[in-house]
Design a protein around this ligand. Structure first.
Ligand SMILES: Nc1ncnc2c1ncn2[C@@H]1O[C@H](COP(=O)(O)OP(=O)(O)OP(=O)(O)O)[C@@H](O)[C@H]1O
Length: 300
């Protein structure tokens, strides 16, 4: 087992001129779990991760590994492995050669190179020039670099981006293994659907602010039922449902009724003498809950 470290964000804020990229973020990321750091493009995820890794100075607040800022870590590579945007590797050099350079610079055992190449599935490709690598292979190499120091914490920015379905399955298993080994795993994504099967916990940000923090299950509002119903007399139908105490909103092809059962909606329409032309039960899925939270319902 590898003892993970809790990542602690406290009042973290960053302004660029008039833009408040990150606004008073406070939350913790626990060891032994895969945590998804989610939000639409421009929500402030990359800026937050860059502050955590000491690449951007916060305007106020702090981001630490168990209370220690990145720049104060005695052995940074052994504590935190990170892969921010698709890392730039020299196209003419081999993957093994790149990793060896970092290994030597950090005073790590050179055997780590082959070990991490195997762990990310590049064991047979280590001697090839990185210039010939696909985007997915470059993502794997970024991950190999992150794993070099056998770190207790992994911070990965959009690690699933660019992977094919087989690669997605592979990284899902790897992230799970890393968390099961006791490590703290934080991955960012702008799509819940992309990481939904990989994460245990979610932290959702929008416009730099914390919107939701909890287990993946906490996003599940499937117990919240909606009904889609339609009638030739749509206005009359909406009025009858409103009078019965339901919240209704217009859709392009009918009326959406919140917290309702199809049978009850049908009964109300019948009692009002309005024949329905469509009636279906709808459950609010994870992705819809996510888009609702970040205010992007229009994106559906
Ligand atoms: N160096 C900078 N100078 C000025 N504004 C910046 C800078 N870096 C980020 N921003 C702004 O801060 C906000 C948050 O950007 P950030 O890249 O952190 O978001 P993000 O959630 O990571 O989005 P993406 O997934 O698109 O990278 C955006 O409005 C962005 O334009």
């Amino acid at each position: 087992m590898t003892a993970g470290v809790t990542i602690e964000f406290s009042g973290l804020t960053k302004t660029f001129g008039a833009v408040k990229a990150v606004s008073d973020l406070s939350f913790t990321v626990e060891p032994g779990r895969v945590t998804g750091f989610l939000g639409p493009n421009g929500a402030g995820k990359t800026t937050t991760l860059r502050m955590l890794l000491g690449l951007v100075r916060p305007t106020s607040g702090s981001a630490t590994f168990g209370g220690t800022a990145y720049r104060d870590l005695p052995t940074p590579l052994a504590t935190v492995g990170s892969a921010l945007e698709a890392a730039s590797f020299h196209p003419g050099r081999s993957a093994a050669n790149h990793l060896l350079t970092y290994t030597q610079a950090a005073g790590l055992d050179r055997e780590r190179v082959q070990l991490v190449l195997h762990r990310v599935g590049l064991g047979a490709y280590g001697d090839r020039r990185v210039g010939g690598y696909s985007l997915g292979m470059r993502q794997r190499l970024g991950l190999a670099y992150a794993l070099l120091g056998d770190p207790r914490v992994l911070v990965l920015d959009e690690p699933i981006n660019g992977l094919d379905p087989e690669g997605i399955k592979w990284i899902r298993l790897l992230l799970r293994e890393l968390a099961d080994e006791g490590r703290t795993v934080l991955i960012s994504s702008h799509l819940l659907s992309e990481v939904q099967q990989s994460v245990d916990e979610v932290v959702i940000v929008s416009h730099g602010k914390l919107i939701h923090r909890g287990s993946l299950a906490s996003l599940d509002q499937s117990e919240q039922k909606q009904v889609i119903v339609d009638a030739t007399d749509r206005a009359g139908l909406a009025a009858a449902l409103g009078a019965a105490g339901y919240t209704v909103s217009p859709l392009r092809g009918g009326v959406l009724v919140d917290n309702a059962e199809a049978a009850d909606v049908g009964r109300i329409a019948f009692a009002a003498g309005i024949p329905v032309t469509a009636l279906s039960q709808k459950r609010v899925g994870l992705e819809e809950s996510f888009l609702h939270l970040v205010g992007e319902e229009g994106a559906l």
